[in-house]
Unconditional design. Structure first.
Length: 379
């Protein structure tokens, strides 16, 4: 007999996910992971028997509850459901999906709507961090027909400001998990590779693309079409996960910690062609970035990845700090060039005389919208 669960589907930034109320899940006796795998149709490369979209950016779940006692409005747990493996990861957060949590809370009357902007304070349980989401609600109404556009999403929508408060140490408790701005690690089958591991909003491991034989301006198809390269990149990412203590054996990286740290290839700004065939001038951005997501190339960029890169760019000695245009630090605003275009954000931070950086907040902008509300049925 089929069981049922109320659900919604929202697009948040360049991701799409299934939104569930925590109270509805409490009525099910099943293990949560098994429920989410069945709802999304995993493991199956097509996710044909569920709501997943067959790529990591559309195989995501947000679990929401209203907060009654703490000084924030809603609690939000992010789950990354693997497409082709029976794995659900709760390590780290998804910034793109986060951008839809505010409008979900408004739609479900979890917060009181304001005019002209409703600020929704969201507590992410994965990272134990608060996100302040500013949602345009002119005349006390939630509208979706505004004119802000982001790379990687067709059309325009309402501009949502997301400020991640005190983002350092989202998973590890430290801005620099190893205590160093960069380390040289021996990678099995690759050799010595210099890496910078930074944890702000989400933990990322940065590598200069040129050091491992790439340019840093590759298209998604070039990366995903090279199986030997994918395996090499996963060994590099897995080595970082091993050094961070997230796994005990390198071969477990894709199953025990498949989503964090996110491997990020960086390079200096240079003209390149994005996924739509548009030429992005080196004058239009400050740092080139190519991210990996669940062992494949990210079609655009994870928002938390962009925010972490803002932090990494102001930390002396990190690989992003060495490669980013230095003029960008004048107004604390950076623009990153990714596979589908560019993304901008700003950072509020202090740097002490000894070079230590304290990050107060990082902010960027997304669009999001409701796609569906209904009932999902599963065995």
């Amino acid at each position: 007999m089929l069981r049922e669960l109320k659900c919604s589907i929202y697009r948040g930034g360049t991701s799409k996910g299934v939104f569930l109320l925590e109270e509805d899940l409490k009525n099910l006796s099943d293990d949560l992971d098994q429920v989410l795998l069945k709802v999304m149709g995993s493991p199956d490369i097509r996710q044909i028997d569920g709501l997943g979209g067959a790529v990591s950016t559309t195989s995501k779940v947000a679990i929401i509850s209203k907060e009654l006692n703490e000084p924030w409005d809603v609690n939000y747990t992010f789950a990354q459901v693997s497409v082709d493996k029976p794995v659900v990861s709760y390590a780290g957060n998804c910034g793109n999906i986060s951008s839809a949590v505010g409008i979900f809370a408004i739609e479900n009357k979890m917060v009181e709507i304001q005019d002209p902007v409703t600020i929704v304070k969201v507590y992410n349980t994965n990272t134990k961090k608060v996100i302040e989401e500013s949602v345009p609600t002119p005349n006390g109404e939630l509208i979706y027909s505004e004119d802000f556009k982001i790379a990687g999403v067709p059309g325009k929508g309402l501009k949502i400001d997301l400020t991640f408060v005190n983002p350092a140490g989202s998973l590890t408790g430290k801005l620099l998990p190893t205590g160093n701005s960069s380390d040289i690690f021996s990678v099995e089958g690759v050799g010595d590779v210099e890496m910078s591991i930074v944890d702000a909003s989400n933990p990322l491991v940065y590598v200069d693309a040129r050091e491992i034989g790439l340019t840093g301006y590759e298209k998604v198809s070039e990366i995903d079409g090279d199986q030997a390269l994918l395996e090499k990149l996963e060994r590099i990412r897995g080595t970082a996960a091993l050094k961070m203590g997230l796994i005990k054996n390198l071969e477990d990286s894709s199953t025990i910690s498949p989503g964090v740290p996110k491997l990020t290839l960086v390079a200096p700004a240079k003209v390149y062609e994005d996924a739509s065939g548009n030429l992005i001038s080196e004058l239009d951005y400050d740092l080139s970035i190519r991210m990996m997501s669940m062992q494949k190339a990210h079609k655009s960029i994870a928002l938390t990845g962009a925010l972490c890169t803002l932090a990494a760019s102001v930390i002396p000695g990190t690989i992003p700090n060495r490669l980013v245009k230095k003029h960008a630090t004048e107004n604390n605003t950076y623009t990153l060039g990714h596979s589908s275009g560019t993304i901008s954000g700003c950072i509020d931070y202090e740097k002490s005389e000894d070079g230590t950086v304290e990050v107060h907040s990082v902010t960027s902008y997304r669009t999001a919208r409701k796609i569906l509300t209904g009932t999902v049925f599963f065995n």
